[in-house]
Design a protein. Structure first.
Length: 214
């Protein structure tokens, strides 16, 4: 498994991944920057820190993804493909059958995702659709980064997915309060992992989600 501690460095340099994987992650960063002016993939203010702010931040979820019971990961509001593309590149040598499903309603961003998944030979599906209109979806993991508030993510999981095992979401400094507030209406178990790229933030893996009768 990839050791999350390697993500603390400023430069994108994963010491325990292959040169090919590192090259692909760097190539992906360059593609985002190259296309950013035309389709607004990331905030321009984060372009200079893309490796730590976006690539390494996304890669932290590998500790939750690299499990035997996870074979399909669905990335909602995928945008530039963060974290999905990063996870796909990291997982290629570990689990060749690992599949990514992307939902992104923007035509131009969906086309970018298609180009990137083809470029890096990822096992994937890209849907240019509004996730709120989809029903009876199946996956092992629902993952979101800068998409919607946690209660809305939970409602999507309950309403639009027929089967899922986990939800993985990135939370900021108010994440603890958000979790506590959400517990008023939902019951769930969770594991948390402190972010090594953003002080005060953390990543949460949620399981056994059930809506309370209130």
């Amino acid at each position: 498994m990839i050791d999350s501690n390697i993500l603390k460095i400023d430069k994108l340099s994963f010491s325990n991944v292959s040169r090919e994987t590192l090259r692909e992650l760097n190539d992906y960063s360059k593609e985002i920057i190259r296309r950013n002016s035309s389709i607004n993939l990331i905030s321009k203010s984060t372009e200079k820190s893309i490796n730590s702010r976006h690539i390494e931040d996304s890669a932290q979820t590998i500790d939750f993804i690299n499990k035997n019971d996870i074979k399909v990961c669905t990335d909602l509001g995928s945008g530039a493909g963060l974290p999905g593309i990063v996870l796909g590149i990291l997982m290629k040598s570990k689990k060749p059958v690992f599949k990514l499903i992307f939902y992104e309603k923007s035509y131009h961003k969906s086309m970018f995702l298609k180009q990137m998944t083809k470029k890096f030979n990822l096992n994937s599906e890209i849907h240019q659709k509004n996730i709120f209109n989809e029903k009876n979806l199946k996956t092992d993991v629902i993952i979101c980064r800068a998409f919607k508030p946690l209660p809305i993510i939970f409602q999507i999981a309950k309403t639009n997915f027929k089967n899922f095992k986990y939800i993985i979401i990135f939370l900021g400094k108010s994440g603890k309060k958000i979790l506590n507030d959400t517990h008023k209406f939902w019951t769930f178990d969770y594991e948390e992992k402190k972010s090594s790229t953003n002080d005060g933030s953390f990543i949460v893996k949620i399981s056994n989600l059930r809506e309370k009768n209130v």
